[in-house]
Design a protein around this ligand. Structure first.
Ligand code: FES
Length: 577
């Protein structure tokens, strides 16, 4: 077997004369001042996702420098290159809409450039999933480095952090518990530095599951963005990337079914973001594995939530780091993990855990005997309202609402919600169920995190803090409540959700894993026929058309169908047996 051309000989531009293509390439890059000695070395691409519109990646220049230092210490030649950067608050209509575009950018640049290995630097919610999706498809050695979490802030003597506390303060402001002056004051306190959100949101979740899956260095998920630990991890990541190239350790050798099971286990034990499930489904799909929601529910029933992080718990990411980070959590879960899974270090997960720092008493990572939540942190629901599945993060829900039948109060889309949710005329009571349609992958489009439907202002003023809420959208991992998400098929794809009307009864039973619309089948068929007579307009061109035509439902990760692996290779988790 002939080895793939490496270094500057890799991926030569096709002029029909390879030596001329190499001659030309070297001539251009020498214009940047490089010597032949540099250009003859292993080339490590360093994916730079810095952007003035992405404060979660605000430490990118320091990270790139540290990674490059590591590459050079190992004798390699580091070259950084940019890709799209996505920040949650600066990506209209939603970062999820552009995640697949970022994955395509990442994949195609890794394919196009003469890189023997890549260091993927990302952090904000959609960036790590996009990078891992792209790298998995590109098929070259790759290692993930996250930017790290932001520092917490302090408001009137209380520790605060984005974005659980952002939502909590905004909820209190809507309920008129705090005034204009205080909400303006806390706005400048919630984000203590650059870096990703400081709770168990999607960014923290993806950082931890990437480490658990073995595609990032042990101990690399939790150091905050502005710390010496973060820079040392960056240097070590660069160093390791050179070795990865020599070993030919491609992503598919690390992200196996065993690795995805470890990642799903950590998602659950972390009390992590429900978005993590969508992203893991998408990454797995690039390697031929499909997420089996029912097997995931079984896994959930035997996995305790051990990490005491907001929103389900009380601490922040910097506390998780001080408590020992992911290795400490993995040690608690040892008997539930695939310890033989190979990691990016070239050693197995079990070998890495044998070498992890010793445990010590602390209150952030609980023991199996003293969990935050005993099991079933995320539950999968089925029923006529969600034949393709729906999920609820019961660890962050109100236990009194987990078995509930209520009257639907329906909003047709996000605009309808915004127009009516605070109306004094809204016919709504605390034991009703709020239903929001058309915020799914196709409907919005881009499946925004609008599933955290606000409590109607007139109820909030009466002290109502939680209600059952149902949608085909997503929810930020930083949010909490009795919120059913990812209803599939979504309303815009003709799901039953489209046919829910005000006053219909809906039954939620988390114990039975049921989400049921109590309307006779014949009536639902009649409503579906009425609806299909009025098809919604579809976009005519551009990325929006590609997105709406190709996006899959939540259980498939909302990836584009044409980006998924061509050959199915099994499920994650695997069926017992
Ligand atoms: Fe970037 Fe929360 S907004 S991680």
């Amino acid at each position: 077997m002939t080895a793939e051309p490496a270094g500057m000989r890799g991926n030569l531009v096709n002029y029909g004369d390879e030596e001329f293509a190499l001659f030309l390439r070297k001539a251009f890059i020498k214009g940047a001042g490089y010597t032949d000695d540099a250009l003859d070395r292993t080339v490590v691409g360093v994916v730079d996702t810095g952007s003035g519109f992405n404060p979660c990646h605000g430490n990118m220049p320091q990270l790139v420098e540290a990674v490059k230092r590591g590459v050079m210490l190992a004798g390699g030649f580091p070259v950084e290159f940019p890709t799209i950067s996505l920040h949650e608050s600066f990506t209209y209509p939603t970062s999820m809409f552009l995640r697949n575009l970022m994955s395509m950018d990442t994949e195609e640049m890794i394919r196009a450039l003469p890189v023997d290995a890549v260091v993927l630097i990302g952090g904000c919610d959609k960036t790590v999933p996009a990078q891992l999706m792209g790298a998995a498809s590109a098929g070259k050695p790759a290692i993930q480095l996250v930017t790290g979490s932001m520092l917490t802030g302090s408001h009137r003597g209380r520790t605060v952090g984005a974005c659980t506390d952002c939502r909590a303060f905004w909820g209190r402001y809507r309920a008129e518990e705090i005034d204009d002056e205080e909400i303006a004051e806390v706005n400048g306190r919630l984000v203590g530095s650059v870096g990703t959100c400081s709770v168990a949101g999607t960014a923290s979740t993806m950082a931890c599951v990437a480490e658990a899956a073995g595609i990032a260095l042990p101990g690399s998920a939790t150091p905050p963005a502005v710390t010496a630990d973060r820079m040392r991890i960056a240097e070590l990541t660069g160093r390791r990337a050179v070795e990865l190239a020599a070993e030919g350790l491609t992503v598919d050798k690390i992200l196996t079914q065993e690795a995805f099971e470890n990642a799903l286990r950590v998602l659950l034990a972390l009390g992590g973001s429900t978005n993590g499930l969508v992203h893991l489904a998408a990454i797995a799909g690039r390697l031929g594995f499909s997420l089996d929601l029912d097997l995931f529910d079984q896994m959930s029933r035997e996995t305790p939530v051990l990490v005491n992080l907001k929103p389900a718990g009380s601490h922040y990411m910097e506390d998780l780091h001080r408590a020992g980070g992911v290795p400490q959590l993995l040690n608690q879960l040892r008997d539930l993990l695939n310890l033989d899974a190979l990691t990016v270090t070239g050693r197995t997960l079990g070998e890495e855990l044998d070498n992890a720092p010793a445990a010590f008493p602390q209150d952030v990572i609980r023991t199996r005997q003293d969990p935050i939540y005993p099991a079933g942190g995320i539950a999968v629901l089925r029923g006529n309202l969600a034949p393709g599945g729906a999920i609820i993060k019961q660890a962050a829900a109100n236990p009194d609402l987990l078995e509930h039948t209520g009257r639907a109060v329906v909003f047709e889309n996000a605009a309808d919600l915004a127009a009516r949710i605070d109306s004094e005329d809204l016919d709504v009571a605390a034991d009703d169920i709020l239903v929001l349609k058309n915020i799914g992958p196709i409907g919005a489009p881009g499946m925004p995190e609008a599933g955290y439907i606000p409590i109607p202002r007139k109820l909030a003023r009466q002290g109502v803090k939680d209600m059952v809420r149902i949608s085909d959208g997503r929810m930020s991992g930083t949010a909490a409540g009795t919120i059913v998400l990812h209803v599939s098929p979504e309303a815009a794809a003709g799901g039953t959700l489209q046919h829910v009307r005000d006053g219909d009864l809906i039954r939620l039973s988390v114990a039975d894993r049921v989400l049921r619309l109590e309307v006779p089948d014949a009536e639902l068929t009649r409503r579906a026929e009425q609806h299909s007579a009025r098809p919604a307009p579809r976009p005519g061109r551009g990325y929006r058309k590609l997105y709406v035509d190709e996006v899959t439902q939540a259980e498939e990760g909302c990836d584009f169908r044409f980006l998924q692996a061509e050959t199915p290779r099994g499920t994650v988790p695997r069926a017992a047996g």
